[in-house]
Design a protein around this ligand. Structure first.
Ligand code: HEC
Length: 154
């Protein structure tokens, strides 16, 4: 190995070591059953499982972390997704939404699932149980449509 290359290598390793001291906060606030969507609406088990497996890691207050979350910069990458995901939609705080926002959330939910833009591609690479079949996408959309109608009638 050339001397320059060796120095670059050592520099990179040093940066990676230093990065380990910067671990982002974990997303693990206890779920409030008065506010959480799955708790409040209690969908049929298969629907609840789909939503928990495919969406809750980034759109709730409780992420089930993979082992590599202990390593920076992977942990920073996950942190960013969870933060942005929760800003758009946090199922753990569903109960705080007003009627219009609830209906909007169900419409967006079905839109992204139907378009295949959620869950994120990078997530599905690792989480096989988050890869949704066409049938599962339809199951989810049927459920969200029903919920939106229910909210409208409330
Ligand atoms: C790996 C993290 C991750 C997972 C898993 C995930 N999302 Fe997202 N989601 C995000 C991020 C990040 C955003 C912010 C928009 C962006 O950067 O693309 C987002 C945005 C959204 C939005 C708003 C965007 C829009 O166009 O209206 C909806 C709705 C949504 N997600 C629904 C879901 C649903 C439903 C699931 C499960 C089927 C899911 N997401 C799974 C990370 C995730």
């Amino acid at each position: 190995m050339g001397r320059k290359l060796k120095l670059v290598g050592i520099g990179l390793i040093a940066v990676l070591i230093v990065l380990q001291f910067f671990q982002p906060e974990k997303n693990d606030t206890p779920i409030d059953p008065e506010l959480d969507m799955l708790e409040l609406l209690a969908p049929p088990e298969p629907v609840a499982d789909l939503i928990r497996d495919a969406c809750y890691d980034c759109h709730s207050n409780q992420t089930i972390y993979p082992w590599y979350n202990r390593i920076s910069p992977a942990s920073l990458y996950l942190y960013k997704h969870i933060k942005k995901g929760k800003e758009d939609l946090n199922f753990s705080e569903y109960g705080l939404l007003d009627k219009v926002d609830k209906i909007g959330a169900f419409a967006d939910f079905c839109d992204v699932v139907d378009a295949g833009s959620m869950p994120l591609q990078s997530y599905m690479l690792i989480h096989k149980d988050a890869r949704l079949t066409q049938e599962e996408r339809e199951t989810l959309c049927n459920w969200t449509e029903k919920q939106a109608l229910k909210v409208m009638r409330e």
